[in-house]
Design a protein around this ligand. Structure first.
Ligand code: FMN
Length: 170
């Protein structure tokens, strides 16, 4: 599968089969995160793999009751392990770095036939308590991971001419 095919066909999955995620597939997905780029190659990240049913349920509750999170066989919690660094452009490095890694993992998961859903709506402090995450570490994103139990949804995207301009901002 080429990259643009994965990008164009992937959609968020909010219903999962009980079928477990094979270890070799999970490892490949985590490898995609490991190999992703980061500012100054800092790699200040940690990906927590959760399979425990109770823990997943607690995470779903911390995500304002998005119960499908608890139904997936695996939940990945993506953390920035250093949150003080700021990029030259003013953006927090950990947010950018961890988001790129998550995007890579999500695409790799899609290529392997697995579904994901980027979760940005969660109570960070709750998630940290549940997973014993140290104070200085930030939780950037959560994704359930598993075989989709829903048809792919249609993509609604702006057209290129709405979002691209040339030479200056228009
Ligand atoms: C930063 C971010 C946060 C998101 N948070 C949530 C979320 O908390 N719950 C959810 O169901 N989907 C969430 N999504 C998924 C988006 O709603 C989804 O990607 C978007 O509607 C486009 O649909 P698609 O992923 O199917 O192409 C999030 C996506 C991003 C990128």
């Amino acid at each position: 599968m080429d990259v643009l095919t994965a990008i164009s066909q992937r959609s968020s999955v909010r219903a999962y089969k009980a079928t477990d995620v094979e270890e070799d597939k999970l490892e490949k997905i985590l490898e995609a995160g490991r190999l992703s780029p980061s500012a100054s190659n800092r790699q200040e990240w940690k990906f927590i793999v959760v399979r425990n049913k109770e823990t997943k349920k607690k995470l779903a509750k911390a995500a304002f009751g998005q119960s499908f999170i608890g139904e997936a066989p695996v939940v990945i919690v993506a953390c920035g392990t250093e949150s003080k660094a700021v990029l030259g452009c003013g953006q927090p490095a950990h947010t950018v770095d961890v988001s790129i890694a998550c995007a890579y993992m999500i695409l790799q998961a899609y290529e392997l036939g697995l579904g994901t859903c980027w979760i940005g709506a969660f109570e960070e402090d709750e998630a940290k308590k549940i997973l014993s995450i140290p104070e200085h570490v930030r939780v950037v994103a959560i994704t359930p991971l598993g075989y989709p139990n829903q048809p792919p949804s249609r993509k609604f995207r702006k057209s290129l001419d709405q979002i691209v301009c040339f030479e200056k901002y228009e």
